[in-house]
Design a protein around this ligand. Structure first.
Ligand SMILES: NC(=O)c1ccc[n+]([C@@H]2O[C@H](COP(=O)([O-])OP(=O)(O)OC[C@H]3O[C@@H](n4cnc5c(N)ncnc54)[C@H](OP(=O)(O)O)[C@@H]3O)[C@@H](O)[C@H]2O)c1
Length: 282
């Protein structure tokens, strides 16, 4: 147990996912009362079972992070049942396979009527899907902050952790919507840290490198279980030569949330990426 986390309310969006499920389990182990938020109840219940089996406290709520009304209702409920939110982890997010180009760069063929059927260039991307990726990663961070940081401000303390990406500073090929939306998360983290500093609230972010999740598994591996071409490409750009283990995020996450150890740290983004951003690619 830790005094900083014991009996404190921690709201975690994307809690059914690969990274935030580990964070939720750890926060509960440290004594926090954890609100598990996502859209798919089954994934959240699985995490909840782990927490409850270990003697922790949690509640499961299926809320879409882009739905402000529903998020506000959840904030009211949490306040009533458990008291004010002390920690907010904005982990919900991700990409959509329909917002990915097949081309790495522009190819003249993409403008032709008889281009290959499986070719998806930047000009072919469906703008609605493009927008939904941006919305999930950007407003999906803003909306929980608006709902829960009010409670923190009234208490004069709190810590918010956003999820950026290596895409925030170095956009990967083929994923323009995801990359620009994660750049916005870093920018918003800095803006919000400045805005909320007088309220006693710190705001930081982590920028994970490559951690395999259900969506990326199909992109990073072949059906036979070997690395795909993209997977190999990533390895050759990752000095540590491997994907991250979700547990390897915990140190940075807990440090950034900790009002003692990181009490003077706000507006920063910590890369946890096996050196990906440090490597020039040459
Ligand atoms: N894994 C990586 O390599 C990596 C790298 C850089 C950054 N990140 C970022 O780290 C965060 C966690 O990633 P992850 O790998 O753990 O992904 P994940 O396993 O796909 O988990 C993300 C979770 O977010 C939830 N979610 C998505 N849209 C939502 C919405 N509109 N409302 C509520 N919940 C929503 C999803 O659950 P439902 O679909 O059930 O709602 C999912 O469980 C994401 O923001 C991701 O972009 C990941």
């Amino acid at each position: 147990m830790s005094e900083l986390f014991e009996n404190q309310v921690a709201v975690i969006t994307g809690a059914g996912g690969v990274l935030c499920s580990e964070i939720a389990l750890k926060m509960a182990e440290l004594g926090a009362k954890v609100v598990l938020v996502g859209r798919t109840e089954e994934k959240l219940q699985k995490v909840a079972s782990g927490i409850l089996a270990a003697g922790g406290t949690c509640m499961v709520r299926t809320v879409d992070v882009t739905n402000e009304e529903a998020m506000n209702r959840l904030a009211d409920e949490v306040l009533k049942v458990w008291g004010p939110c002390r920690y907010l982890i904005n982990g919900a997010g991700g990409n959509n396979n329909k917002a990915i180009t097949t081309n790495f760069t522009y190819e003249p063929e993409e403008l032709e009527m008889n281009k290959p059927g499986d070719m998806v260039g930047f000009f072919d991307l469906d703008l609605e899907v493009f927008e939904s990726v941006i919305k999930t990663n950007t407003l999906g961070t803003v909306i929980p902050v608006r709902a829960f940081a009010k409670q923190m401000a009234k208490e004069g303390r709190g810590s918010i952790l956003n999820f950026a990406s290596m895409n925030s500073t170095r956009p990967l090929t083929r994923v323009p919507a995801y990359a620009m939306s994660k750049a916005a998360v870093v920018n918003f983290t800095q803006w919000l840290a400045t805005y909320l500093a007088p309220a006693g609230i710190r705001v930081n972010a982590v920028a994970p490198g490559f951690f395999v999740n259900d969506r990326s598994r199909k992109i990073l591996y072949t059906p036979e279980g070997g690395l795909s071409k993209r997977g190999e490409n990533i390895m050759s750009h990752t000095p540590m030569g491997r994907f991250g283990d979700p547990k390897e995020l915990l140190g940075s996450v807990l440090w950034l949330l900790d009002d003692e150890k990181a009490g003077f740290v706000t507006g920063t983004t910590v890369a946890v990426d096996g050196g990906f951003l440090a490597h020039s690619g040459i």
